[in-house]
Design a binder for this molecule. Sequence first.
Ligand code: HEM
Ligand code: HEM
Length: 245
Amino acid sequence: MEFRDVILLLHPFVAVVVVFPLIGIVVNRALQTRQRRLQTATEGKSKIPPVVGQEHVQLGRWLTSAVIGVVLLALANDVFGNIIDKNMWTQNPWKVMLISLIFGVTIASLTLLYQAKARLWRGVFATLAGTSLVVLGCQEGVYRKTEQWYVSHYYYGITAALLMIFSLAILREIYQDKTNRWRTVHIVLNSIALLIFIGQGFTGTQALLEVPLAWQEPYIQKLYEQQCDKKPCTVQASPAPQATP
Ligand code: HEM
Ligand code: HEM
């Protein structure tokens, strides 16, 4: 396997080994937290230990970072892969620097969101982190599948990441709001996030089937160009560019 293939595999590897196991534990603790709260409200006591709420929140905080991390890995692979392919560094170094800066801004604003206490700053850093993710997603090289957005790994991935940022931003409100309105908002939005994560498992493995290894790429491109799924064809990769004497 070439170096590029290994970089491509980093994203699915982290998703499978880190993100999905975390989702499992976070959802388990979420259900226990809810069950405990409802049992205590109706029966006055519950056998579920009170620590489940804390565990849900601590692991939820990790989950936010893990999801943003995995999205940044995929976007970095797409965007920087395109920069290298198109030799953009020599043609437009400012654009490359700006894109790298936006990666930095995303990570910095997420870090500051973890620290922020005041509602205003949480709003500011959450908006900054979310907007920079969207801006990165709009760059050349990202496979967005816009014509089929309803099954797009990209659109759902960005939506899930934004929902995680939002969960982190409203964490304090969930505790402070006595009417449980924010709690309900959290449950509704994150149930949607859970469905999206399940969908990401499907569309992600589908993407793995579709993305060729580096050496296969010129052949696969020809298959698409000649529409080999519709008619018989013979595929030969283009010859390597001749070195000029
Ligand atoms: C797939 C992801 C998630 C799901 C399905 C989920 C779902 C839930 C549910 C069902 C509850 C219990 C609500 C109740 O008491 O009725 C809860 C509580 C809570 N969640 Fe999440 N959540 C998720 C991720 C997160 C994340 C990423 C964070 C923060 C970064 C978070 C923060 C909280 C907080 C602060 C509470 C209140 C805990 C308590 O009462 O002790 N959740 N969540
Ligand atoms: C937490 C769940 C996941 C999220 C939020 C997520 C998000 C993303 C995003 C935003 C992209 C960039 C857009 C694109 O190139 O399509 C992407 C690409 C990709 N994802 Fe995922 N993904 C997740 C899980 C998975 C899983 C489980 C797999 C496979 C087992 C996977 C495989 C891929 C592949 C192969 C690509 C293309 C990479 C490339 O072209 O550079 N993803 N993902």
